[in-house]
Design a protein around this ligand. Structure first.
Ligand code: HEC
Length: 692
């Protein structure tokens, strides 16, 4: 006991002596550890020498696993209590030492358990909650579906004076009200002074909003698709603010408390792939946007991708870092992307700290699509995932598999920023590169750790004709954000026409009402849903049919006959990037398919939908792999020092905290997710055994 105290004291002393303000890295009161989303902990009781002895300290099962759980919350720990969310997005408080439930807040809400719907992405996600206090007034602010709730941190009861009886409906106060807004806020909102700042996702034009944490009043709003008279309006077609949606901040935000800035990672314009609906450079989309946190005024932006027609949303919050340049400390922002790029930007100006060049990008073979002629290449750091599928990368698992992959490859288009084609485009990016879990930054070494996936897709836009053509087009641009036609058509056809028409008019739960489309459009949609696909393709063209009529049939992976990516491994890696030199120091595959390893194939890594956390104990902790394992990696060498099988895969980032001299690492393990592993409902905390 005495020894434990002593080491804690020593630890606090060393922490206080560090050049960086380490005190903020000592607790986990904020999602990702601190407002800069650093995911670094100064705790080092668990370190290289003893990590192999880690054992489960407690497991909490929330009891509400869904068919596809997608539990992505990074829990926070405040004064010995852990706050997190369940698969069904209940909010809970646990004793962080024992895992015992203190309270649970449940709102009936409108969450769907529909296994065929991409529910997770659009509605039922929460990646973390925020804690705010003013003496005795302690609150948890959190998003569930379209609502923001303020809950008393001590009792778990709604704070009635916030918004309307404790909640704010995010459909209110939008700069462009719409009758059918589907909106939700998956990324954790951030706190700046008395403001709760959030982005959103859904079929709305991107906007960042700040709410008063005491009253729920909307204090400011910033438009990411410019309104008339606003900056960058000329990079969008006229009227975009009314017609186009997307450029949302679902990737997340971070706060520079000292300089009063909030940084937002924005998505591309939507619908994905239908770029002719938003021709232009589309400034503020696919960008890091810095705003004045107090009033939402524009400060700077850095755009990664011009006119994004690949679904390459910036997926993760910007990470606030300090790096060394010419012997000086420079405050910067690191942004990782789905393309595998890492951008390092001066925090006050947005200027890139590494050289950038513009490279010519290929044209679209859809006549009406004007792909932007160039895209940006950062000369450093090198990409941490592949950026284009090449012939050399095709699978070598068997001659048959390679031949099948080669056939598809030759029939399709591929290449750096190759636009989506009616022939199919084989590409990385749509589901990482980096994904929403983002990187971790070690302020003692200026190294950024990031998970990346090399997961190829074959994305095709099909020209449509015939009776159902118009419906196909509407389906492609409106419904595919949640449904794939292959999965939906059969179910829709089980309903009789009257019933289907009524369903589309009224909606149910998170399935929006489409009454506003009008009877004619609903009729076209029904024609499409009932159409026999082959008959549709062979029918003569509708005289009204115009050449821009293409439809998107869903996200199709480029895989071999066993479902593995049809490219050579690694399929998922953890990379260590030195932000001072721009070098990648090491890359380690994370996750494996045991059946492949048994055949003598070295660990392939699996697509990763969980992110890293780095500690002063010399370790990077990471889950996210399809093999449901949780890993501790040596942060200097990249060697996996310890791993364990979780009850379910962890599509989340771990949190690190200390209570009574004992260090814990906790991670949400809910399974489901994009790796389609079994779904569950667990939070698992690890610590060293008592006799340590
Ligand atoms: C925001 C996500 C979302 C969008 C966009 C969306 N849906 Fe749905 N849809 C759902 C969900 C969730 C369900 C399941 C609803 C339930 O059962 O509670 C559903 C159910 C359905 C069903 C019923 C399937 C059955 O089992 O009977 C049909 C048909 C359907 N949607 C058609 C459409 C069409 C057509 C569009 C585009 C005009 C569309 N949806 C757009 C989310 C969405």
């Amino acid at each position: 006991m005495f020894q434990k105290r002593l080491s804690l004291l020593l630890f606090l002393l060393t922490a206080a002596l560090h050049a960086n303000d380490d005190s903020i890295y000592h607790t986990w009161r904020t999602v990702s550890g601190d407002p800069g989303i650093t995911r670094y902990s100064t705790l080092d009781q668990i370190n290289r020498s003893n990590v192999a002895q880690l054992e489960v300290a407690w497991t909490y099962n929330s009891g509400d696993a869904l068919e596809r759980s997608d539990m992505e919350c990074n829990p926070i720990i405040v004064d010995g209590i852990l706050y997190g969310t369940t698969p069904n997005l209940d909010l809970f408080a646990l004793n962080a030492t024992t895992g015992e439930e203190v309270w649970r807040f449940s709102d009936t809400g409108e969450i769907t358990n529909d296994p065929d719907t991409n529910r997770g992405q659009y509605y039922g996600l929460n990646r973390g909650v925020a804690y705010w206090s003013d003496s005795d007034d302690q609150r948890i602010l959190y998003s569930r579906g379209k609502y923001i709730f303020a809950v008393d941190a001590e009792t778990g009861r709604l704070i009635e004076s916030f918004g309307e009886s404790g909640r704010v409906d995010m459909r209110n106060g939008l700069s462009k009200p719409a009758p059918f807004v589907g909106i939700a806020n998956p990324a954790a909102g951030v706190i700046y002074e008395d403001l709760f700042i959030v982005g959103s996702r859904g079929n709305t034009a991107g906007q960042v909003r700040a709410y008063n944490v005491r009253t729920g009043k909307q204090e400011w709003l910033f438009n990411l698709i410019p309104h008339p008279g606003e900056r960058f309006e000329d990079t969008w077609p006229e009227g975009s603010w009314q017609k186009v949606y997307g450029a949302n901040v679902w990737g997340g935000l971070s706060v520079d408390v000292k300089n009063g800035l909030v940084f937002c990672a924005t998505a591309g314009p939507k619908p994905d792939f239908f770029g002719w609906q938003y021709p232009g450079k589309n400034d503020l989309a696919n960008s890091v946007v810095a705003l004045n946190a107090r009033n939402g005024e524009y400060v700077w932006r850095f755009q990664e991708i011009k006119h994004d027609i690949w679904d390459l949303d910036l997926p993760a919050p910007p990470t606030l870092v300090t790096v060394e340049r010419d012997g000086k400390q420079v405050d910067a922002v690191a942004q990782v992307s789905k393309t595998g790029n890492t951008f390092l930007l001066d925090r006050l100006t947005g200027e890139s700290l590494f050289p950038l060049i513009e490279r010519e990008a290929p044209a679209s073979d859809i006549p009406i699509e004007q792909a932007w002629p160039t895209q940006t290449v950062p000369l450093l750091p090198p990409p941490f995932t592949r950026q284009e599928v090449t012939y050399d990368q095709l699978t070598t698992f068997s001659p048959e598999k390679r031949a099948a992959a080669a056939k598809q490859f030759i029939e399709s288009r591929s290449g750096w920023f190759m636009p989506v084609s009616p022939r199919g485009s084989i590409m990385y990016g749509v589901m990482g590169g980096a994904e929403w879990p983002g990187p971790a930054f070690d302020p003692t070494s200026d190294i950024l750790y990031v998970a990346g996936s090399n997961l190829p897709f074959n994305i095709r836009l099909d020209p449509v004709k015939g009776k159902a053509a118009k419906g196909a087009v509407i389906f492609g641009s409106v419904c595919t954000q949640c449904h794939a036609i292959e999965r939906l058509a059969g179910r829709a056809r089980k309903r009789n026409p009257d019933n289907l028409r009524e369903f589309l008019n009224t909606g149910r739960g998170v399935m929006p009402s489409y009454e506003h489309l009008g009877e004619e459009a609903i009729g076209h949609l029904m024609d499409f849903l009932y159409a026999d696909q082959e008959a549709m393709e062979n029918e003569p063209a509708d005289p009204d049919f115009v050449s821009q009529d293409y439809t998107f049939r869903g996200f199709k992976r480029f895989v071999d006959s066993d479902g593995y990516p049809a490219v050579k491994p690694p399929w998922g890696t953890l990379s260590a990037i030195d932000l001072n030199s721009g070098e990648i120091l090491w890359q380690t595959p994370i996750g494996e398919y045991d059946e492949l390893t048994k055949q003598g194939i070295p660990p392939t890594g699996t697509p990763l939908y969980g992110g890293p956390t780095v500690t002063a104990g010399g370790l990077v902790f990471i889950g996210g792999s399809a093999d449901e394992r949780f890993h501790a990696v040596d942060k200097t060498t990249g060697e996996i020092l310890w791993r364990t099988k979780l009850p379910f895969a962890a599509y989340s980032n771990p949190s690190v905290y200390e209570i009574g001299g004992k260090q814990y690492i906790v991670i949400a393990a809910g399974g489901g997710g994009k790796n389609n592993t079994p779904s569950g409902d667990a939070y698992v905390a690890f610590a060293l055994p008592e006799h340590q």
